[in-house]
Write a protein that binds this ligand. Structure first.
Ligand code: NAP
Ligand code: GDD
Length: 323
């Protein structure tokens, strides 16, 4: 019989790539969606017929319990979150409710309904924040720098605590930044590839950005969802850093993205706007994925250049189709 997986955050970037991946593995996939005036299933366009949707919200304990009861999954991938770091200063309470307490609510539901369910928590490199060790590994102390990072840290520790308290198969993947053609438009990578596509098509002249000296360890989301799955297929529940081990600046990203459309003087098209600066910045993130490599046989497959090319080309295609 095929395994059953419940994905929270299925409409997002990772949720949709994970659904693709699990369907190909023969899973029965359930996706939790929340009530909204305009549910957006764009990322699931090609696979939505193969997914069973259930209604729930990370801020509503009973709805989560019902999702478990109605689906009785073998595995839960908790990807739902208010995931935009910049927004977390505007809505710190809502961010904490979804991103921190939401994890507790699912763990409580698992404990009550079926403690045999395996649980994956989407932890984040934002927990390392002002990195005290570079590259960061699973033992590096945390130093979050945003309400989002603090909320993720709660989700991370409550997952460990429920594993140790109740013997749950509950694990965190500490994923460094990863991107794809489905990345939300507000994140810097997609903002750049969309902007480059518009400049290339003659629709815009510039892209307005904040701190372009920030450095990130950027991987490709389809490679990273494989790691999530591998973490739950392991024989022991534990946590893993998932990263590429290389960091680049936003400036490096800009240079590569503009080169895809043959523009070498990228700085002529970039405006710096203070409104995109953050109250507290994470200057650099870089991860050491050697534990995942050794124990899970996982490694990143897609280079930064390949990924940026895919994203720029996809944005050009998307924009052209709407002209
Ligand atoms: P994303 O595209 O922003 O997707 C977030 C998902 O969460 C969406 O499906 C959203 O649903 C859902 N959601 C938000 N609030 C909810 C609520 N109250 N109840 C139920 N669902 C809710 O994020 P992503 O980039 O795919 O990331 C997936 C997860 O990994 C997130 O937890 C993120 O924090 C974490 N993470 C991401 C990265 C990265 O670089 N991408 C790195 C480390 C960790 P709607 O469509 O209804 O808004
Ligand atoms: N979004 C955005 N917009 N970021 C900008 C801009 C801009 O106009 N200009 C410069 N940046 C800088 C930010 O200040 C930050 O240092 C860096 O670009 C990356 O910003 P984001 O793409 O918004 O990602 P993030 O690193 O803050 O957070 C992402 O990665 C985390 C893992 O480290 C999100 O996916 C989080 O959900 C995830 O946990």
């Amino acid at each position: 019989m095929s395994k059953k997986a419940l994905i929270t955050g299925i409409t997002g970037m990772d949720g949709s790539h994970l659904a693709d991946f699990l369907l190909k593995k023969g899973y029965k996939v359930y996706g939790m969606i929340r009530r909204s005036s305009n549910i957006n299933l764009d990322n699931l366009e090609n696979i939505k017929e193969n997914i069973t949707f259930v209604n729930g919200d990370m801020t509503d304990q009973n709805s989560l319990f019902r999702c478990l009861k109605d689906t009785n999954p073998d595995e839960i991938y908790n990807l739902a979150s208010q995931s935009f770091v910049g927004e977390s200063w505007n809505t710190p309470e809502q961010t904490s409710n979804v991103t921190a307490l939401g994890v507790l609510r699912i763990l409580e539901s698992i404990r009550e309904f079926n403690p045999k369910i395996k649980f994956y928590q989407a932890s984040s490199s934002e927990m390392f924040g002002r990195m005290v060790e570079n590259p960061a590994n699973e033992k590096t102390p945390f130093y979050p720098r945003s309400p989002y990072g603090v909320s993720k840290l709660y989700g991370h520790w409550i997952t460990i605590n429920y594993r140790e308290s109740y013997n749950l198969f509950a694990c965190s993947g500490i994923l460094f930044n990863h991107e794809s053609e489905r990345r939300g438009i507000e994140f810097v990578t997609r903002k750049i590839t969309d902007g480059v596509a518009r400049i290339h098509l003659g629709l815009n002249k510039n892209i307005s950005l904040g701190n372009i000296d920030a450095r990130r360890d950027w991987g490709y989301a389809p490679d990273y969802v494989e790691a999530m799955w591998k973490i739950l297929q392991n024989d022991k529940p534990t946590d893993y850093v998932i990263a590429t081990g290389k960091d680049y600046s936003v400036k490096d990203f800009l240079k590569i993205a503009f080169e895809v459309v043959g523009i070498s003087d990228w700085n002529k098209h970039v405006l710096i706007d203070q409104k995109f600066y953050r109250p507290a910045e994470v200057d650099v993130l870089r991860g050491d994925y050697s534990k995942a490599n050794k124990e899970l046989g996982w490694e990143p497959k897609t280079s930064l250049e390949e990924m940026i090319k895919k994203m720029v080309k996809s944005d050009i295609k998307k924009i052209k189709s709407k002209l």
